[in-house]
Design a protein around this ligand. Structure first.
Ligand SMILES: Nc1nc2c(ncn2[C@@H]2O[C@H](COP(=O)(O)OP(=O)(O)OP(=O)(O)O)[C@@H](O)[C@H]2O)c(=O)[nH]1
Ligand SMILES: [Mg+2]
Length: 322
């Protein structure tokens, strides 16, 4: 495999999983070849149906993703998956767990599963995830599924910027854990009660119905989100969920929201890159300023507070921005 940006981009467009994995790594590590290759593949993106799946730790998201892959494959579609490893104390070793739960598809070359850590990406989790989505999209995967635990702002950005956001709930977690955060409730396009084989599924369904009813009263949505039941372990309800996802996709395409979603994701990336560039410029310019040393000294001596020091420095640098 060629190690140049052009070589890797050609491999990605030829749908070679090795090339896709390499490019995602380059982008994660801010290897300059990553950006060059991304520019080459970018014109081939924008076609995949991006599905975000989120829910509490252990809700069965990976098991459900595995079942969704099977169903999508039955329908002749190629599937990319990005599983975000929740390095939360609840679910150590999730990367391995995700792989095990989706290993049914390990030998299928029309399925590409990539796990990502939640720490250590330069530029943040949402950017690394959106980069990986672009790569899988350019590889011609019809469907790209992103699995993430619904906790931080980054994760919320990721799922709410997907075309179809699936919120997974499970019976038996207790009320305080079960209450879906307002942001997630608002972002959900499809609501799933997984582990429907377990006791408590009916009570949870009633609770969710109430939440959705209140959501509708507060702010009516064009798409009425379905509330579905699955038993991911056996695949029960997964065909119906796939039907609902297809229907949602058709609605998005008919209204133009499919493209809007892509525009919103690009805007998010653009803003995030701009913030990084601005920070780099300011830090570089600040370290070249003679006033910096004096202000730091004054701050250490307790003569000025950090807010005033930063404001003063920016004030005396502002004319020197490129
Ligand atoms: N009874 C039952 N168990 C299920 C079902 N779906 C998943 N499980 C089990 O629930 C456990 C957690 O499943 P995962 O798919 O790893 O859940 P997850 O939401 O991906 O977990 P994290 O990624 O760690 O947050 C596993 O032991 C699954 O076998 C279901 O429909 N019914
Ligand atoms: Mg998982």
């Amino acid at each position: 495999m060629s190690q140049t940006a052009a070589g890797i981009a050609a491999g990605v467009l030829a749908r070679e999983i090795g090339a896709g994995a390499r490019l995602i790594r380059w982008l994660e590590e801010s290897d300059p070849r990553g950006r060059d290759a991304l520019a080459l593949i970018y014109p081939h993106t924008g076609r995949a149906h991006l599905i975000g799946i989120t829910g509490p730790p252990g809700a069965g998201k990976s098991t459900l993703t595995n079942a969704l892959i099977s169903e999508q494959r039955k329908r002749g579609r190629r599937v990319g998956v990005i599983a975000i490893d929740p390095s939360s104390p609840f679910s150590g070793g999730a990367v391995l767990g995700d792989r095990v739960r989706m290993q049914t598809h390990a030998l299928d070359t029309d399925v590409f599963i990539r796990s990502m850590g939640t720490r250590g990406q330069l530029g943040g989790l949402s950017r690394a995830t959106f980069d990986a989505i672009l790569v899988q999209d350019a590889m011609g995967y019809d469907v790209v599924i992103v699995e993430t635990v619904g906790v931080g702002q980054d994760e919320l950005d990721i799922v709410s910027l997907a075309h179809s956001t699936v919120i997974v709930s499970v019976p038996g977690l207790g009320d305080e854990v079960q209450a879906i955060k307002a942001g997630l409730l608002e972002a959900g396009d499809l609501f799933v009660v997984n582990k429907a084989d377990r006791e408590g599924a009916d009570a949870l369904t009633r609770q969710l119905e109430l939440m959705l009813h209140l959501r509708e009263q507060t702010r009516p949505h064009a798409w009425k989100p379905p509330l579905m039941h699955t038993t991911a372990l056996t695949g029960q309800g997964v065909a119906a969920l796939t039907d609902a996802l297809d229907e949602h996709l058709a609605t998005l395409k008919a209204s133009g929201a499919f493209t809007q979603c892509l525009i919103a994701r690009n805007r998010h990336m653009f803003d995030s890159l701009l913030r990084d560039l601005a920070a780099q410029h300011i830090l570089a310019a600040a370290s070249a300023q003679p006033a910096t040393a004096a202000l730091i000294h004054a701050m250490q001596a307790g003569q000025i507070d950090p807010y005033s020091a930063a404001t003063q420095l920016v004030a005396c640098m502002s004319l020197q921005f490129p």
